[in-house]
Design a protein around this ligand. Structure first.
Ligand SMILES: CC(C)(COP(=O)(O)OP(=O)(O)OC[C@H]1O[C@@H](n2cnc3c(N)ncnc32)[C@H](O)[C@@H]1OP(=O)(O)O)[C@@H](O)C(=O)NCCC(=O)NCCS
Length: 180
């Protein structure tokens, strides 16, 4: 557990399924264009589905907790499974509650996720995707050294409009210095 200005970051366990579900449903509902999954899809999943997600040995989910031990932010690491892709990991499902946004919690979650990926052993690269219009997330990822390597046009369709996804990557190494 890591304490930063009253915020504790720790890995979520299956027992956290209920609070994790509540937090993510709020994220899908408040920021419908930030995620590929929709509130409607994910609201049908009951707590046991979310707990299984937290139990999945091929992923790791970090939670940020406030001083009252309420879950206020989260991010996931999802390992690639094929033999030739096991040097890579995906960062996904990043969300910080609106009331706590802009206080450095998102940054801390990404830093901790990178540190966790380093500890796994064998991981060399972290990938992520982000909606091309999600400026807060793009700035955050840029600040921690992620670089864009591609764009998927019309990656998601929401009603009658489309969203492009940007693909970003960075080496996991703490020594990595991104090009300017
Ligand atoms: C994106 C998100 C996770 C950022 O979390 P956060 O805790 O607010 O971020 P931080 O306070 O750690 O900010 C880190 C950096 O992100 C950028 N940033 C954060 N919020 C921003 C905003 N509203 N506008 C512009 N840049 C912003 C800044 O570069 C900031 O660094 P700085 O304050 O030194 O300039 C949060 O806004 C969120 O949950 N958004 C909705 C869900 C989402 O978009 N998830 C990502 C899906 S890919």
């Amino acid at each position: 557990m890591n304490l930063v200005a009253g915020i504790a970051i720790r890995e979520l366990k299956p027992i956290d399924g209920g609070v994790y579900r509540a937090l993510m449903l709020r994220g899908y509902s408040e920021h419908p264009n930030a995620f590929t999954s929709t509130f409607e899809e994910r609201a049908t999943k009951q707590v046991d589905w979310w707990s299984r997600r937290l139990q999945d040995p091929t992923s790791s989910t970090l939670g940020a907790f406030d001083a009252g031990d309420a879950l206020i932010g989260t991010v996931r690491l999802e390992q690639y499974q094929r033999a030739r892709e096991r040097h890579k990991i995906k960062l996904a499902a990043m969300y910080v509650l609106k009331d706590f946004a802009g206080k450095g919690i998102g940054r801390k979650l990404v830093d901790e996720a990178l540190a966790a990926a380093r500890k796994m052993g064998g991981i060399e690269i972290v990938n992520l995707t982000v909606n091309s219009e999600n400026l807060p997330a793009l700035r955050l990822y840029g600040k921690v050294g992620f670089q864009e390597y591609g764009r998927e046009h019309r990656a998601a369709k929401a009603g009658d409009f489309y969203l492009d996804k940007l693909y970003m990557w960075r080496p996991v190494s703490a020594d990595y210095v991104p090009p300017i």
